[in-house]
Design a protein around this ligand. Structure first.
Ligand code: ATP
Ligand code: MG
Length: 172
């Protein structure tokens, strides 16, 4: 499965020029904590930045929203950047609490819907599965699914084997 996620990221990089402006131009790594989702997508982003001169905006969900709420005068400007940047990387989508706040839902939907309509890629890491994303917000979940349909991996399995943070425990 981890190999699957790696291969998915490699394929995405290889295919990027062809899929960039299509509807299915995005990548989602979903599922269990500690399985290397952030690590892989960061490596992918670095490759896109340095080898293809693509601009990628990193938006860690929890910290990103704290920052958005910090100064409402800058909110529209920041949201516009999130809408227009070549690739938006949302790390740990819907992390933090049982259900996201109305503010988080509305702003996330606004940004992702804009990108969906304009065929602009997103990179998503989340502990939620596609079903769970749809349970939280169906309009948002189905858009993310459609956009990353060809590059989605759900990491699931034995925590002791898959979680890099617990590396070594499997042999105990
Ligand atoms: N392929 C790998 N080999 C060894 N260590 C790795 C690998 N991928 C990630 N790690 C390390 O494992 C830890 C967990 O990785 P990472 O934070 O990317 O997981 P994650 O799936 O994003 O977790 P979370 O859902 O909690 O955000 C990090 O310390 C990371 O540096
Ligand atoms: Mg992560």
């Amino acid at each position: 499965m981890i190999h699957g996620a790696y291969q998915c990221a490699v394929n995405y990089f290889k295919d990027f020029d062809q899929i960039n402006s299509s509807r299915h131009n995005s990548i989602s790594l979903l599922g269990q904590p500690g399985t290397g989702k952030t690590h892989l997508l960061t490596a992918l982003a670095n490759n896109l930045i340095y080898k293809k001169q693509i601009s990628v905006l990193y938006f860690p969900f929890v910290e990103g929203f704290n920052d958005l709420k910090d100064d409402f005068n800058l909110l529209e400007e920041k949201l516009t950047k999130m809408k227009r940047v070549q690739i938006l990387f949302i790390d740990d989508l819907f992390k933090g609490r049982e259900t996201p706040t109305q503010f988080q839902l509305e702003q996330t939907f606004g940004v992702i819907n804009y990108r969906y309509l304009n065929h602009k890629p997103i990179m998503i890491s989340s502990e939620k599965t596609v079903d769970e994303l749809c349970d939280i917000d169906e309009a948002l979940g189905t858009r993310i699914y459609q956009m990353s349909r060809d590059y989605t991996v759900v990491l699931k399995g034995d925590r002791k084997i898959l979680n890099h943070r617990l590396a070594g425990m499997a042999s105990v």
